[in-house]
Design a protein around this ligand. Structure first.
Ligand SMILES: Cc1cc2nc3c(=O)[nH]c(=O)nc-3n(C[C@H](O)[C@H](O)[C@H](O)COP(=O)(O)OP(=O)(O)OC[C@H]3O[C@@H](n4cnc5c(N)ncnc54)[C@H](O)[C@@H]3O)c2cc1C
Length: 380
């Protein structure tokens, strides 16, 4: 009855499903164990009518025209230049640390001099990873690096990862570089914003196709049977293609041990006043146990709402306990080696494809995930 089974209705599964159904004429079954589609991009209105992101704030940003055009078939956009500030002492400073931040931290004369040095060393418009800035031979530049390291990275990274910046993958610290520019935006890509009616509506339109069947509340480990190197569906060996976007260790009952992840506890609060912090996202880089506060009305164009809903994010080590969600893969050699053992098992199953942040044990932004899903569907 089906040509393809896709496990997971997040962005990876939804894009692959639509492409295969629409462009390749495949009959696709999507299995999603949560009660809803959209994966971690899911959003919904809370009891006060404010559109919230249940699994943390998601801002779509991309420079890829084809990805933007593809998603735009299923949604209009509320586009803006996303800005983040960090609460350091009593001040709110632009993040990533940039030349505007520099001028707010140091007096005019010193900031002008430091700005000249930074531009001479790295070039205007460049993006410098903090660990690289710390290695500069100029003592003044190292002073800036030390300030940024102490006030922007150290405590934030300890909270988020449970480790110091130098102990985690440079790829992770490199995601928030120091910007040698006056651009206060958090991302620099051409398109940034959120779907006009929310992510969930975009997903609903994408999955609304005559060749796609979506079953929510369906864990693939209950619906499918994995035996030998075959996949069984409905009592029969399934000969079509299976795209798996769930956690790879879970699929094999964690037989080599769990893949380590960081998780997050999202605590939502509603206030009966027009604004809580006046910004969409405030990072707490030197104080508090949470990493950041998001005020949704400023993220999703709901400034007219009477009240306001915020969320605080408390990171912790994922244990696999019921209700916990693995959010961020912890990238290091040991974990990658463990992942490879699971990947070798999956490689033995014919017509079985791994796609997505969980199945590939990797961090993907939404746009990169869309691109990867489009490419896989094309290849199949
Ligand atoms: C806190 C946070 C904030 C983020 N913010 C941004 C942002 O601002 N911008 C950006 O571009 N990216 C952001 N991302 C990244 C973004 O969330 C990912 O790119 C995206 O969710 C990846 O999609 P996915 O389909 O791979 O995974 P998911 O969205 O996790 O979808 C996987 C789906 O598979 C389902 N599933 C798993 N196992 C099974 C099973 N056994 N049976 C059935 N179903 C199963 C899950 O329930 C889930 O719905 C953020 C990530 C986090 C953690």
């Amino acid at each position: 009855m089906y040509d393809c089974i896709i496990v997971g209705a997040g962005i990876a599964g939804a894009v692959a499903a639509r492409k295969l159904a629409e462009e390749k004429g495949k009959r696709v079954l999507v299995l999603e164990r949560r009660a809803h589609i959209g994966g971690n991009c899911y959003d919904e209105r809370d009891a006060y009518g404010i559109l919230i992101h249940n699994y943390g704030p998601h801002i779509f940003h991309t420079a890829m025209e084809d990805v933007f055009a593809y998603l735009s078939r299923f949604t209009g956009w509320y586009l803006f230049g996303h800005e983040v500030v960090a609460k350091i002492g009593d001040e709110l400073l632009p993040i990533p640390f940039n030349l505007n931040t520099l001028h707010m931290v140091y007096g005019q004369e010193k900031a002008d001099e430091l700005e000249r040095k930074l531009i001479a060393a790295y070039g205007e418009g460049s993006r410098v990873p903090i660990m690289k800035l710390k290695e500069n031979e100029d003592a003044d530049i190292r002073e800036i690096a030390e300030y940024v390291y102490e006030n922007v990275f150290l405590r934030y990274t300890m909270k988020q990862w449970g480790q110091k910046p130098e102990e985690i993958s440079p790829e992770v610290t490199g995601r928030v570089p120091v910007l040698i520019s006056r651009d206060n935006r958090y991302f620099q890509e051409k398109y940034q914003g959120v779907p006009k009616d929310g992510f969930t509506s975009m997903f609903a339109r994408m999955l609304d196709h005559e060749n796609i069947t979506v079953r929510c509340g369906a864990d693939c480990r209950e619906v499918l049977r994995f035996s030998g190197n075959a996949v069984f569906y409905d009592g029969k060996e399934f000969e079509g293609k299976v795209i798996y976007t769930g956690a790879l260790d879970e699929l094999f009952d964690c037989r080599f041990g769990r893949l380590p992840y960081r998780s997050l506890d999202f605590r939502f609060e509603h206030y009966d006043r027009p604004s809580y912090q006046g910004h969409s996202v405030v990072n707490y880089t030197v104080s508090e146990d949470f990493t950041r506060i998001t005020e949704f009305k400023f993220l999703t164009g709901q400034q007219d709402a009477d009240g306001t809903t915020i969320v605080k994010e408390y990171p912790f080590a994922y244990t696999g306990a019921d209700g916990e969600i693995p959010y961020y893969a912890i990238l290091n050699d040991d974990n990658q080696a463990l992942y490879e053992r699971y990947r070798a098992l999956a490689a033995e199953i014919p017509n079985f494809y791994l796609l997505g942040r969980l199945a590939e044990y990797k961090y993907y932004n939404i746009d990169a995930m869309v691109k990867k899903a489009m490419e896989l569907a094309e290849r199949l």
